[in-house]
Design a protein around this ligand. Structure first.
Ligand code: UDP
Length: 487
């Protein structure tokens, strides 16, 4: 239900489309409740930041959302890893953020992306309550909050990258093979791991963390977070479960994408959709093996293909004739479609013709699939996707994993086997049944409250300004509950 008093929220995503998209969804939900929302996007020359294209695409698709750009110089350490560069750039954006916030008549809360930890200092200077918005699984948050302490408690342990299959134990999540721990914390001596430890250790300074998940999906992680066991000896910020918050496919672009027309012509639940997030790209030999697997599986498919990583600066458009096996496109023309670079995924996963989803396990993609009741085949690529795979396969039981991703090569035969398994066997039917339940529980979570339950989100007066206002001194001298306050 709409709240009685409209608040003004400033949403502050970090660099990267995968971070901007869920913030825009959060903005839309807050707008529907009658609040005022501004999404502030850092405009920097860093090549991996949100591109102006992506901002323009989102602005067109979501005309109700006010997107404002603030300038920031790129990180001076241009050779550093993306994580460190992002944190540096966001820190350098602090003065511009400060100026922007001061230009607004009032701000009730600042909702920060998890990388925007240094914006806590700006919030503090301006006495604005700051919350984090965590657009990934509660299980990921449980692991992240535990890690600084984990490394401090076990100074002698090797880096995860040297531990292979050894199981790592963190509160609230199943034992995780070291190889599945987030890519960015694999080498404990690296700058990026150090940058992440700094980031994770500041998250608890927020007033609370809004997690894009729901109780039924991750009961153990959420309980661990709520019980404070991820941060022994330190207060855990309050965790608000606000999900699932996904692009529901309702902000359609002006022109319907041709893949949707192609899907219209396919039988119900017959198409396997392959999409690997905003950045997923494979080297040529892997593209060829995927193609062979698709061809041998006999399944219908819709596959989003990008240029191999090493070619992206030269060729934005993938040269399909060269990258895929000779004659593949002709031989599969009747039952498969290859889309270059980008498709409207939120609309695709909801299409009646789609029956399974090969995904890199990005959290937005996972939630979109759950909301569409789609069983998933996991192919983690980067970030915390391998962790998500563990939760999806072992805890949620909504997916199966492809073998070989850890070594960077999934063979054609494995692609064929897993596609057949999900599309043709009893195990696939079981997954599908689980997805029916997961979808229902996701809809219930939204119906019960979900995204509508994040309030009341108010300044509780605890971010005090340096100098106490004289009226507070005057109040201190009055008898209890004796003053009428007019404001
Ligand atoms: N997406 C899309 N079209 C594409 C690829 C991705 O619309 O061709 C969207 C997808 O629907 C999701 C987001 O981009 O909302 C990707 O977010 P996710 O968390 O899954 O992965 P990330 O890009 O952060 O790795």
């Amino acid at each position: 239900p709409a709240m009685a008093v409209a608040k003004t929220f400033v949403l502050y995503p970090s660099l990267g489309v995968g971070h901007l998209i869920p913030m825009v969804e959060l903005a839309k939900h807050l707008l529907r409740q009658g609040h005022n929302v501004v999404v502030v996007v850092v405009d920097t020359l860093d090549r991996e930041a949100v591109s102006a294209d992506a901002v323009a695409r989102l602005a067109t698709a979501n005309p109700s959302v006010a997107l404002r750009l603030i300038p920031a110089p790129p990180s001076p350490d241009s050779g550093a890893h993306l994580i460190k560069r992002s944190l540096d750039t966001l820190r350098l954006a602090n003065p511009a953020l400060h100026g922007f916030l001061r230009s607004l008549p009032a701000v009730d809360a600042l909702l920060l992306d998890m990388y925007c930890v240094d914006a806590l200092d700006v919030a503090d200077e301006l006495a604005i309550p700051a919350y984090f918005f965590f657009p990934s699984a509660a299980g990921d948050l449980a692991v992240y909050l535990s890690l600084p302490k984990y490394y401090r408690r076990h100074p002698g342990v090797p880096s995860f990258r040297d531990m292979g299959e050894t199981l790592v134990h963190c509160p609230g999540v199943p034992p995780i093979r070291a190889v599945d721990m987030p890519q960015t914390v694999q080498d404990k001596e690296s700058d990026q791991t150090k940058a992440r430890m700094y980031q994770f250790s500041r998250i608890p300074e927020g007033r609370g963390v809004l997690v894009n998940s729901f109780d039924w999906l991750e009961p153990k992680s959420l309980k661990a977070l709520q019980d404070g066991v991820c941060l022994p000896g330190r207060p855990t910020p309050r965790v608000y479960c606000i999900g699932p918050l996904v692009n529901d496919g309702s902000s359609k672009s002006a022109k319907r994408h041709e893949c949707l027309a192609w899907l219209d012509a396919q039988p119900e639940k017959s198409v396997v959709f392959l999409s690997f997030g905003s950045k997923g790209a494979f080297p040529e030999p892997q593209l060829k093996d995927i193609a062979r697997g698709l061809e041998c599986s006999g399944q219908r498919f819709l596959w989003i293909v990008r240029s191999p990583p090493e070619e992206q600066s030269k060729f934005r458009e993938p040269d399909l004739e060269r990258l895929l096996p000779a004659g593949f496109l002709e031989r599969t023309a009747g039952r498969g479609m290859v889309v270059k670079n980008w498709a409207p995924q939120a609309e695709v996963v909801r299409h009646m013709a789609v029956g399974a989803f090969v995904t890199h396990c990005g959290w937005n993609s996972t939630l979109e699939a759950i909301m569409s009741g789609l069983p998933m085949i996991c192919w983690p690529l980067y970030a915390e996707q391998a962790l998500n795979k563990v939760f999806m396969v072992e805890e949620m039981k909504i997916a199966v994993a492809l073998k070989g991703y850890e070594q960077g090569m999934v063979k054609a035969g494995e692609v064929e086997d897993k596609l057949r398994m999900v599309m043709e066997t009893e195990e696939g039917t079981k997954l599908r049944e689980m997805l029916v339940v997961a979808k229902k529980m996701a809809l219930d979570a939204i119906g019960k409250g979900g995204v509508y339950c994040i309030g009341p989100l108010v300044n509780d007066g605890s971010s005090k300004s340096a100098k106490q206002h004289e009226c507070l001194a005057w109040l201190a001298a009055q008898p209890e509950k004796s003053v009428v306050f007019l404001s």
